[in-house]
Design a protein around this ligand. Sequence first.
Ligand SMILES: C[S@@+](CC[C@H](N)C(=O)[O-])C[C@H]1O[C@@H](n2cnc3c(N)ncnc32)[C@H](O)[C@@H]1O
Length: 254
Amino acid sequence: MMMNGQDRHRQMTKSADGIASSSQAAGHSHGSFFGRRKGHKLRNHQTDLMEHLLPRLTLDLATADASAPASLFDAPVDEMRLEIGFGGGEHLVAEALAHPRTGFIGCEPYINGMAKILSLIEANNIANIRLFAGDAAELLDWARAGSFKRIDLIHPDPWPKRRHWKRRFVQDATIAQMSRVLDPAGEFRFVSDIDDYCSWTLMHMQRSNDFAWTAERADDWRKPWPHYTMTRYGRKAEREGRKAAYLIFKRTNA
Ligand SMILES: C[S@@+](CC[C@H](N)C(=O)[O-])C[C@H]1O[C@@H](n2cnc3c(N)ncnc32)[C@H](O)[C@@H]1O
């Protein structure tokens, strides 16, 4: 039986975890997501938003036209951006408000993060965000070459133990995919307060040969880029005395 986007969405939200990625639905093993999908119980209004607003904003990889991603939006957009693991959505929402002619795709498998951003989208009447409640690696597989002007990965799960490093989102394979889906003049922006993950990212990006790190002086990576919106994890790091690095890479393999 064929399922439309709403049916698929309903099936996802009814699954045991509350949200299931399409790789789980398809019976695949883990992709690039190893975190938890569900936290505390949602408030009534949040549940309502998950049931009624999320289906309208969901990017359904099974039905969306990857060759025309701008058609996801009702109003015309000049370019597309992607934020991976947006958490509570503070940064994504601020960027969407600041750039109304840019179409944003936000990717977050954590159901409570999804509920938070829906409240912000509703409160600010935002029309230029679409949401994918699954593993960003699947979204990268779906997207066509050159789709995005920028990809942001802000305070990704650090997986500090050596035996968990393979769970980090930044890997040779995901870098190759990000390079593919970025516009030839596109950028990948990475923020982390975990020194070891920053070195890991610099090392992997350098050996990919597809990107150049843009920093020319220490302040270029020690300070947030202009108009950066601090996230929940960024504030937590500051409170706990950890300084974040702000790394900007330009695609070079055009
Ligand atoms: C440490 S939190 C940071 C959240 C937010 N960016 C911030 O700075 O507050 C990392 C987030 O990435 C999400 N995440 C982890 N793996 C992911 C993946 N493969 N695709 C999309 N999101 C992912 C997690 O669910 C989590 O919400």
